[in-house]
Design a protein around this ligand. Structure first.
Ligand code: ADP
Ligand code: TRP
Length: 332
């Protein structure tokens, strides 16, 4: 029996952080055990916001090296840069021609920009919106459908985009025949949203992240910045109301998290000790990944080579579908 296909992409708009790793990369790698997988770096999507070419190249390397350091096996997964596959942009154009503009008007990311501009009293609510941002979901639909993905593991925030991809695939199939696979979003409910240093969602946009692939000193420095309040001697806390405990639970061994939970419940709370434990646990759980990452840093040629080979594999999948699509719409 052929295996189903899981596909996802990460935009190289910043240095990947612990939230991306626990929330997106590790669950996607887990799926590689039971699905065929296409995992890629959405560098063309990053162009809607990153205008410095060196920054884009640097973040592309960081995202690629993060996947590899965490155990992506490029001989098992198809692992590539989105922009290496020209067919993706061709399919996006064809999809643009059957996507109602109103569907894009309702997309969350675009609406977010319009709302912010409107709240700021701007005369033109579209002033901060480029066409790439506006049609972002169309390119994302092409990213997914080009490789006939069955499931798309994403965070809650991307669910609407996958639903738009479903709408587009369904419309295409109704018009031209059952050619495209209609994808499904796969939202991992079990995976915690990790809080950042200031307790908001850990996100590169908030500058509150913990990066794994830094020196031990740097790592400890970041962890020490995690905001904690003062506690009276003997005061107790419910672990589920303690942001740093969410990190402990997501990373530490069961014994260690139980130990911390008991201390919180019994009023033996010392934030300094908890931070120290978190530091030790990150080193323990991610030791091999951190080592691998630093090897990759001094061997960027290897990462480029892996992505180039991945592009060959991805393209061999893409040309088959594009051939059918071109014929179906009458471009051949
Ligand atoms: P950021 O918020 O830093 O810009 P992205 O939006 O690029 O992160 O997210 C990439 C992937 O990582 C998504 O699948 C998202 O759901 C996941 N992710 C991001 N931040 C977190 C977090 N704090 N906890 C869990 N998962 C996260
Ligand atoms: N839009 C996704 C994000 O911001 C990244 C992405 C681009 C993606 N193309 C994709 C995710 C295709 C899944 C499938 O996180």
């Amino acid at each position: 029996m052929t295996r189903k296909k899981s596909l996802t992409g990460i935009k190289p708009t910043g240095t990947p952080h612990l939230g991306n790793i626990i929330g997106a990369i590790q669950p996607a790698l887990e799926l590689a055990k039971t699905y065929d997988t296409n995992y890629f770096i959405a560098d063309a999507h990053a162009l809607t916001s990153v205008t410095d070419p060196n920054e884009l190249r640097q973040h592309t390397f960081e995202v690629a090296a993060t996947w590899l350091a965490l155990g992506l096996d490029p001989t098992q997964s198809t692992f590539y840069r989105q922009s290496d596959i020209a067919e993706d942009f061709e399919l996006a154009w064809i999809f643009s021609c059957l996507t109602p503009k109103g569907l894009m008007n309702r997309a969350h990311a675009y609406k977010g920009f319009v709302d912010t501009a409107t709240e700021a009293g701007s005369k033109d609510p579209d002033s901060q919106v480029n066409m790439g941002l506006f049609s972002y979901p169309v390119l994302m639909a092409a990213d997914i459908i080009l490789y006939s993905a069955d499931v798309v593991p994403v965070g809650q925030d991307q669910k609407q985009h996958v639903e738009i991809a479903r709408d587009i695939a369904t419309k295409f199939n109704n018009l031209y025949g059952e050619i495209l696979t209609v994808p499904e979003p796969l939202i991992e409910k079990e995976v915690a949203t990790l809080p950042g240093l200031d307790h908001r969602k850990m996100s590169k946009s908030y500058n509150n992240t913990i990066s794994l692939f830094v020196s031990d000193d740097e790592l400890l420095k970041q962890i020490k910045k995690f905001t904690t309040d003062s506690v009276e001697p003997g005061e107790t806390r419910d672990p589920k109301d303690v942001p740093i405990y969410t990190l402990i639970e997501a990373i530490a061994s069961k014994e260690v998290s139980e130990h911390v939970a008991n201390n919180l419940l019994e009023g033996k709370i010392r934030w300094g000790d908890i931070k120290e434990l978190l530091f030790e646990q990150i080193k323990e759980q991610f030791g091999p990944a951190r080592e691998k990452y630093s090897e990759l840093q001094s061997n960027r040629g290897y990462v480029d080579e892996v992505l180039a080979q991945g592009a060959v594999k991805a393209q061999s999948q893409a040309v088959l579908l594009m051939d059918q699509v071109r014929k179906a719409v009458g471009l051949r």
